[in-house]
Write a new protein. Structure first.
Length: 221
């Protein structure tokens, strides 16, 4: 089932003096392409499904964290260690489980880089007009002669798409069906569990895809 083109959500107060507002969020379906990003100053990274504030995901996905505070801090630290403020990150959706406007703003403000934000099934509240966050249902880009179609769920990649498909959503729960890299189906799962809990640089990702090997996670590379 595709995500709605328009969603109306209630934003919670950020301070005692602010007033609750209703925000109309538009998810664009217009193709947005990066051309020759290697020639510009920024680097491009990819990752999906941080699930910040989600205590149960530690158990569901066997994440190696003591508690949700440890998970939140480690994921933010890892992100900011590899991504600089001048870089760009394709984020595959499901940032936080809380679903509030304040949580979305709090977490995105802590993350380095300009975000290409693909709406996930847990992203109940997103802002489309922030300077460094650009919201899409799907996103296409080119790099080194390869074409990529990015969306949260692999089921939403068009069947007639001839390039590589990039998705998240399935975490590390079904590696036999949704591995990190599947050269046969030309699908890439960028769920954070498969990337050792940090964003991956596009050049590193391309090195793995060009091997032509199936990898269940980056630890197998």
């Amino acid at each position: 089932m595709p995500y709605p083109a328009f969603s109306c959500v209630e934003c919670r107060s950020f301070t005692a003096s602010t007033v609750c507002v209703v925000l109309a969020v538009e998810y664009t379906t217009v193709t947005y392409r990066l051309f020759d990003h290697e020639k510009v100053r920024m680097s491009l990274y990819l990752v999906s499904d941080l699930h910040l504030d989600h205590e149960n995901v530690i158990r569901y996905c066997n994440r190696p964290f003591a508690d949700v505070e440890d998970m939140n801090q480690t994921l933010i630290t890892n992100w900011n260690r590899v991504v600089s403020p001048a870089d760009e990150v394709i984020f595959g959706g499901d940032l936080t489980i809380s679903g509030t406007a304040s949580a979305f703003l709090d977490w995105t403000e802590q993350l380095h880089g300009e975000l290409i934000f693909l709406v996930g099934n847990h992203d109940d509240t997103v802002f489309r007009n922030l300077n460094d966050v650009h919201v899409f249902e799907h996103y296409q880009f080119q790099s080194r002669g390869y074409e990529f179609y990015c969306t949260h769920r692999p089921e939403d990649i068009p069947r007639n798409w001839s390039g590589w498909g990039i998705h998240g959503h399935h975490h590390n729960n079904h590696p036999e069906t949704f591995p990190f890299i599947d050269p046969e189906t030309q699908r890439i799962n960028i769920s954070v569990e498969l990337l050792e809990y940090e964003p991956i640089h596009i050049d590193t990702l391309l090195e793995y895809t060009e091997r032509g090997e199936r990898l269940e996670s980056i630890s197998e590379a």
